[in-house]
Write a protein that binds this ligand. Structure first.
Ligand code: TYM
Length: 333
């Protein structure tokens, strides 16, 4: 069987446009291209930085509702919460013992995130975060992992660990590939169009949350940083803000950037912004409604997660048994 797997952290009330265009849109499409799809909410990754327990619980369920609203289908995909699969944490330990301290220290996301709080107060969990991510993937013998550009290095570590285990103990893990879609792999901050759109940016003026009021998002798009030129062309170097808006509008309207650019001949940035805001509003308006409806029936969401956990645990337990055996652990009786 060919499997696809990915995860998204429950660390805000709404997924943002970078999450959607960089990753989630691919998740939906790939449900049909693989025999099995595994999509999950990594709540254990979320606590590598401090979280309010009630808020975390609420956001976990909201995340599931958003996945369903976007089109992740529980009939075709296994949807689960990471902490419901204890085998992932168990596999993490084995993988941690195969990871070099220096190797973990080279992860750029750790360096960025720990610099924010100060190295000394960063948690050990933040340091070992990528190894937990490797376990998420390797527990399921996954072939491809659809993610944005910022996850590339974590996927490289995952591949290295899979190969290391296989060469030390014999063929065990499938060595997974990152699936990163070039044009959408990095959606940029509207105010700072050379930095990725991120919920942890200093200001949220450049961040488009899917569940925000589309009027609020339209305002952010109207104030997006462009540049001093006036012609609408796709030039990442010279006109990164315009390129970002073109990318966003093309993706949400299923047109190509070239088609859009041709239509904007002789027009100004204002036109591009108004149209992009409109296309966004057309996309998020029904989505917001569906998320509200789904959250009205929490028991139904919990039932989907219970079913997902059963299916996911069966696969992960099988992998863990093999790994424990090869590692040399005495089987319990
Ligand atoms: P997370 O929760 O930060 O982001 C979820 C997905 O969104 C992508 N993404 C972007 N893509 C394009 N442009 C952007 N501006 C942008 N911002 C975010 C991310 O690349 C990601 O694909 N460590 C992961 C979660 C994780 C995971 C896993 C992923 C845990 N275990 C196993 C895959 C497989 C993370 O923090 O993603």
């Amino acid at each position: 069987v060919r499997r696809v797997l990915s995860g998204i952290q429950p660390t805000s009330d709404s997924f943002h446009l970078g999450n959607y265009l960089g990753a989630l849109r691919q998740w939906v499409a790939l449900q049909d291209d693989f025999d099995e799809a595994y999509y999950f909410i990594p709540d254990m990754h979320a606590i590598t930085v401090p979280q309010d327990p009630e808020v975390l619980r609420e956001r976990t369920l909201r995340s599931v509702a958003q996945l369903l609203a976007i089109g992740v289908d529980p009939a075709r995909s296994t949807i689960y919460v990471q902490s419901h699969i204890p085998e992932i944490a168990q596999l993490t330990w084995v993988l941690q013992c195969l990871t070099g301290f220096g190797e973990a220290g080279r992860m750029t996301q750790f360096k960025d995130k720990s610099a924010r709080s100060g190295q000394e107060s960063a948690s050990v969990g933040l340091f070992t975060y990528p190894i937990l991510q490797a376990a998420d993937i390797l527990a399921f013998d996954v072939h491809e992992v659809p993610v944005g550009e910022d996850q590339r290095q974590h996927l490289e570590l995952t591949r290295d660990l899979a190969q290391r285990f296989n060469s030390r103990y014999g063929e065990t893990f499938v060595v997974p590939k990152a699936r990163i879609v070039g044009e959408y792999a990095k959606i940029y901050d509207l105010q700072n169009p050379t930095a990725k759109m991120s919920k942890s940016a200093e200001s949220d003026a450049g961040l488009i949350n899917l569940l925000d009021d589309p009027k609020k998002s339209a305002k952010k798009i109207r104030s997006a940083v462009t540049d001093s030129g006036s012609t609408i062309v796709f030039d990442r170097e010279q006109q990164p803000g315009v390129a970002n808006l073109l990318t966003i509008q093309a993706a949400l309207s299923d047109r190509t950037v070239d088609e859009l650019v041709a239509g904007y001949e002789g027009k100004q940035y204002g036109h591009l912004k108004v149209d992009t805001a409109q296309v966004l509003s057309d996309f998020v308006t029904p989505l917001r409604g569906r998320v509200d409806e789904l959250l009205d029936d929490r028991a139904a969401l919990e039932a989907i997660l219970a079913d997902g956990a059963d299916r996911a645990r069966a696969v992960a337990a099988d992998t863990l048994r093999k790994v424990y055996d090869k590692t040399g652990f005495l089987a319990p009786r």
